[in-house]
Write a protein that binds this ligand. Structure first.
Ligand code: MN
Length: 300
């Protein structure tokens, strides 16, 4: 066991628990929306988290045909299956088990995300990360992280994959390949056994989210069980202390709030309604991506 004798006042508390809701997006893809839409300020800098997972091709075969984004970043993390990404910059990416795609839509991207399998299991996550106003109209970019390039750690029997950021887990620094972003995102995929505890040092003032996708756990001094398919949003200060109740798999997602107004209309996330109307006009007029050179930066 890890020493979790840290005083309770220094532990992050659960502000709310959200149960992922069944939803449909793209061309009839059935997924679980963990959060997204509505009052997003409390998740700042995050805008949406979806979990997709099914053995039934009917749930995923339609995929996400060509569609636009402006003003934020999309992060796709595959656990199982095979998706193909294509975008207006000419990128073609094969996303397979363990791979991550970190795409900055910036001023505009038009892309598709389509299954490259007709049977078997498809499983993963998509996270949306907001951009500050100063970066919303910067050129799009696209980064592919192959599974083998994502650092993995064994810490006190806890298995950790570090996709983004630099955090400390049970006193050990873990850092992922995505770094240097204004929102300082941390993104860890963790597998922990029953009665094991972990302590994650998330920077003071940063948003901290824990999404459980298998098993169950408890957080801080609350004895409230967070079960698979639920997200806990934590208070902004203190240590994040997690104790697993079973073999549990979870995502720890953290980031520095931007603190700017958020106006969303579907795939466009800007700071004002006028900017949203402009995005819609630009897309309708075929200008969403026209301002970008075709050789726009392809990697961060
Ligand atoms: Mn998309």
């Amino acid at each position: 066991m890890t020493d979790t004798s840290i005083s309770k006042t220094e532990r992050r508390k659960i502000e709310e628990v959200l149960v992922a809701q069944s939803a449909s997006d793209g061309d009839g893809v059935r997924l679980k929306r963990v959060f997204g839409g509505g009052n997003l300020a409390r998740f700042d800098p995050f805008l949406m988290l979806d979990e997709f997972g099914s053995n039934d091709p009917g749930d995923y075969i339609g995929g996400f045909p060509s569609h636009p984004h402006r003003g934020f970043e999309t992060v796709t993390y595959m656990l199982e299956g095979h998706m193909e990404h294509r975008d207006h910059m000419g990128n073609v990416g094969q996303l397979m088990a363990g791979d991550v795609q970190w795409m900055k839509a910036g001023s505009g991207v038009i892309h598709s995300e389509m299954p490259k399998q007709v049977e078997g299991r498809m499983r993963g996550f998509q996270l949306w990360v907001n951009l500050p106003a100063s970066e919303k109209m910067t050129p799009a970019s696209y980064t592919e992280l192959a599974a083998a390039s994502i650092p993995q750690y064994e810490i006190d029997g806890i298995h950790v994959k570090a996709i983004a950021g630099g955090l400390t887990l049970n006193g050990v620094s873990v850092s992922g390949p995505i770094a240097g972003l204004a929102t300082e995102p941390g993104y860890l995929d963790i597998a922990v056994g029953p009665a094991q505890a972990l302590l994650v040092d998330v920077p003071e003032g940063h948003t901290a989210l824990v999404y459980v996708y298998e098993g169950a756990l408890q957080i801080g001094s609350d004895s409230y069980p967070i079960k698979a398919g639920s997200l806990a949003r934590l208070s902004l200060t203190g240590e994040l202390v997690i104790e697993a109740d079973a073999d549990t798999r979870l995502l720890v997602i953290s980031g520095k709030p931007i603190g700017e107004p958020i106006v969303q209309r579907g795939p466009f996330v800007m700071n004002t309604a006028d900017e949203i109307h402009q995005a819609i006009r630009d897309y309708t007029d075929g200008k969403l991506v026209a301002a970008q050179p075709s050789n726009a930066s392809q990697s961060a």
